[in-house]
Design a protein around this ligand. Structure first.
Ligand SMILES: *[C@@H]1O[C@H](CO)[C@@H](O)[C@H](O)[C@H]1NC(C)=O
Ligand SMILES: *[C@@H]1O[C@H](CO)[C@@H](O)[C@H](O)[C@H]1NC(C)=O
Ligand SMILES: *[C@@H]1O[C@H](CO)[C@@H](O)[C@H](O)[C@H]1NC(C)=O
Ligand SMILES: *[C@@H]1O[C@H](CO)[C@@H](O)[C@H](O)[C@H]1NC(C)=O
Ligand SMILES: *[C@@H]1O[C@H](CO)[C@@H](O)[C@H](O)[C@H]1NC(C)=O
Ligand SMILES: *[C@@H]1O[C@H](CO)[C@@H](O)[C@H](O)[C@H]1NC(C)=O
Ligand SMILES: *[C@@H]1O[C@H](CO)[C@@H](O)[C@H](O)[C@H]1NC(C)=O
Ligand SMILES: *[C@@H]1O[C@H](CO)[C@@H](O)[C@H](O)[C@H]1NC(C)=O
Ligand SMILES: *[C@@H]1O[C@H](CO)[C@@H](O)[C@H](O)[C@H]1NC(C)=O
Ligand SMILES: *[C@@H]1O[C@H](CO)[C@@H](O)[C@H](O)[C@H]1NC(C)=O
Ligand SMILES: *[C@@H]1O[C@H](CO)[C@@H](O)[C@H](O)[C@H]1NC(C)=O
Ligand SMILES: [Ca+2]
Length: 570
């Protein structure tokens, strides 16, 4: 008790002193480490703490936050779990006491990485402490995929559950308590999450499981419905194999160029951006590209030289592309999953050139192949060596197997957010409409599942309105996977979405549309509004004014009946 009183008195004195040198010391940071047991089983370790002031650090900015120059305190520490000989590494970037604005932000990962270094500066522009974890995998650079499975045949359940949701829960719990002590706060600390792709999935894992712990989350293109999502990367290669046609990559890249040219203006504005992939899907016939010429120069990438390519788009090429775009169907024609939108890059369909035979063949997607070897076969192999004998039905079965095996840890589609709503939380969820790695229809499906689960008795519009009180989804015109798109550079990106979320949570400013900034192209710097699903953008007055419109036919292109499964797929 007396120790506690002494601590608050001295911390308050330090906080008043308010310079970075004074608070950014090992002694001050050690004293701010929360006690063990804050999360059941967590054993904190004050003696592991490092604290180093960093001055005038320029962060180049990213798609998720603007550039800036900051001073901050770089904190690291480890903790372990009772009864286990493990160690989890955390890092927190603490703004100067002057810049601190009572905010915490957990940052997310990408691919099989639980966290990514480049996301950590996200807190500084907003006066927020930002944190990341290594998941206990060994270092910030060690990915989940290198610790799962443990060895051939043996799952690493600790790593699996840490990756699935537990590490982020522990990191934010420790980080928030540490932050309050560090700045000797007595007022409210706002808790935010920001992440995209795997980082988006991690965000949903927190909102779904620990709803009372967050004031808000910005979730981009989440890798949810994990069982389906990872196997989906293998679909184009199985289509090529099944239809026995291996396009030169130039044939597909020319198709994408022609699609963008043809569909650009369907949204009412000629800017090189397909703002309405739905109108493109409804009005553009891919067969119209047959016979159009293509030519690409030779390239060398990672030691592999691909020769110059030229020719004309073939009927076989269009058939392969259309089969991919239609989404995975099993041998009985039942829909097993859906693909990216028309106009996105055919990255997963890229073939590889064999210089000895002078022919093109399938290039197994590592994200898909590695998931099958690690996640389903429990083999310590980085990739599948072949897709021989793999059919559409195999892919469907792999999707179902992943769903069943990892439903409670990686699937991340729990559709009831009632507790989160009751706790007052808010979610901004966005997805690039030309994403080439996670289908934006996946985000639409999850939004619709939550809507249906929470408001089954309301009309469609009334249920959207009820959901929008705390959860909104935005499809970002032209944007690629968690990134701007070099093929549609004039599209907006919600770079300041964390700020929009804070305005919603702290000031009650509803993001009826999401702010977007054009980050490249001739329109660089232009501010645009991004429509909230199910409304779709439509430019008026020769592309000078944008409206968000309701268009049932367009909405329907985003919805799929996944009739290949006998269970609900949220
Ligand atoms: C940081 O930059 C400012 C402005 O350039 C300068 O005045 C200050 O001395 C720098 N601080 C340190 C610690 O380098
Ligand atoms: C933060 O501190 C850790 C531990 O000392 C160190 O490894 C890391 O490089 C530091 N990061 C920065 C950006 O200073
Ligand atoms: C794990 O299994 C794969 C496939 O059977 C094999 O190639 C590899 O050598 C095995 N690894 C070890 C360490 O036994
Ligand atoms: C292809 O190479 C030629 C000759 O080097 C060059 O002029 C042309 O710009 C290149 N085309 C593309 C699309 O890079
Ligand atoms: C087309 O490609 C072939 C090789 O496939 C090459 O011999 C020829 O020069 C190319 N033509 C043009 C116009 O690039
Ligand atoms: C995965 O393995 C296949 C078959 O060996 C190969 O074609 C492909 O390039 C590999 N992918 C990566 C990303 O290594
Ligand atoms: C594919 O199936 C054929 C015929 O059943 C079999 O001979 C071959 O070994 C299989 N290939 C692989 C890689 O399993
Ligand atoms: C929806 O209506 C049914 C039948 O009237 C009722 O049993 C159910 O409780 C209602 N559900 C909600 C969430 O209001
Ligand atoms: C739903 O709302 C949209 C406007 O957001 C409106 O255009 C549409 O007619 C409404 N549908 C119904 C059935 O009321
Ligand atoms: C979003 O845009 C509106 C209007 O342009 C502006 O008032 C608001 O500050 C912006 N939000 C953020 C977080 O920048
Ligand atoms: C419509 O906008 C385009 C592009 O900004 C411009 O070139 C064109 O002159 C405009 N047309 C009219 C009728 O204003
Ligand atoms: Ca356009």
């Amino acid at each position: 008790m007396s120790k506690f009183l002494f601590w608050t008195a001295s911390a308050a004195a330090l906080a008043r002193a308010a310079t970075l040198e004074q608070v950014c010391t090992v002694a001050h940071a050690k004293a701010a480490v929360p006690a063990s047991g804050l999360v059941q089983g967590v054993v904190t370790n004050p003696s592991s703490v490092t604290a180093v002031p960093v001055y005038n650090e320029s962060t180049s900015g990213s798609d998720y936050f603007p550039a800036g120059t900051y001073d901050y305190c770089n904190i690291t520490m480890t903790y372990s779990h009772a009864g286990k000989d493990d160690s989890v590494l955390l890092q927190f970037w603490m703004p100067t006491p002057d810049d601190f604005q009572n905010r915490w932000v957990s940052t997310g990962g990408f691919g099989f990485a639980i966290n990514v270094a480049s996301n950590v500066p996200a807190g500084l522009p907003y006066g927020a402490v930002a944190g990341r974890t290594d998941g206990g995998f060994g270092s910030f650079d060690t990915q989940f995929s290198s610790v799962y499975p443990l060895v051939n045949g043996t799952a690493n359940y600790d790593a699996l559950y840490m990756f699935g949701y537990q590490a982020h829960h522990e990191m934010s719990s420790i980080g928030k308590a540490f932050t309050k002590n560090f700045y000797s706060m007595s007022d409210k600390l706002y808790a935010y999450y920001q992440g995209c792709s795997e980082g988006g999935r991690e965000g949903w894992s927190q909102v779904q499981r620990f709803p009372e712990e967050w004031d808000g989350a910005v979730i981009g293109a989440p890798a949810i419905r994990y069982g389906q999502q990872q196997v989906n990367h293998l679909v184009p290669q199985v289509v090529e194999q099944t239809l026995d046609y291996y396009p030169e990559n130039c044939e597909f890249s020319e198709m994408v160029t022609l699609i963008i040219d043809a569909c650009d203006e369907l949204d009412g504005r000629k800017d090189g951006v397909i703002g309405r992939t739905d109108l493109c899907q409804l009005n553009f016939d891919l067969k119209s590209t047959i016979g159009k010429p293509y030519a690409c120069n030779a390239t060398t990438s990672m030691g592999v030289t691909t020769p110059a390519q030229n020719g004309t788009i073939t009927a076989e090429g269009v058939r392969v592309a259309q089969t991919i775009l239609d989404g995975l169907k099993d041998s009985q024609g039942r829909q097993a999953y859906f693909w990216y939108r028309i106009g996105s890059e055919f990255t997963d369909a890229e073939t590889i050139y064999d210089s000895t035979t002078g022919t093109y063949g399938i290039d197994i997607s590592e994200l898909g192949g590695e998931w099958v070897t690690h996640g389903l076969q429990l083999l310590d192999l980085d990739n599948l060596s072949t897709l021989d004998n793999v059919t559409y039905d195999t892919l469907r079965d792999w999707m179902l197997e992943g769903l069943q095996r990892y439903e409670d840890v990686l699937q991340t589609t729990w559709p009831d957010l009632s507790r989160f709503q009751a706790a007052g939380g808010k979610v901004i969820h966005y997805h690039g409409e030309s994403d080439n790695s996670i289908p934006p229809a996946s985000s639409v499906r999850y939004f619709e599942s939550v809507r249906d689960t929470m408001f089954p008795n309301k009309t469609y519009n009334a249920s959207v309105e009820a959901l929008n009180e705390f959860y909104r989804l935005y499809l970002v015109p032209g944007a690629s996977h968690c990134n701007t798109n070099s093929l549609q550079p004039n599209g907006p990106y919600p770079q300041n979405s964390l700020g929009d979320l804070m305005n919603w949570v702290e000031k009650g400013i509803e993001p009826v549309t999401l702010n977007g900034t054009v980050l490249s192209g001739d329109l660089e710097g232009e501010e645009q509004k991004i429509c909230s699903w199910p409304l779709r953008p439509l430019w008026k007055n020769n592309g000078t004014e944008m409206e968000c419109v309701y268009d049932q036919k367009s909405i329907d292109t985003w919805l799929y009946d996944l009739d290949a499964y006998d269970i609900p797929i949220y």
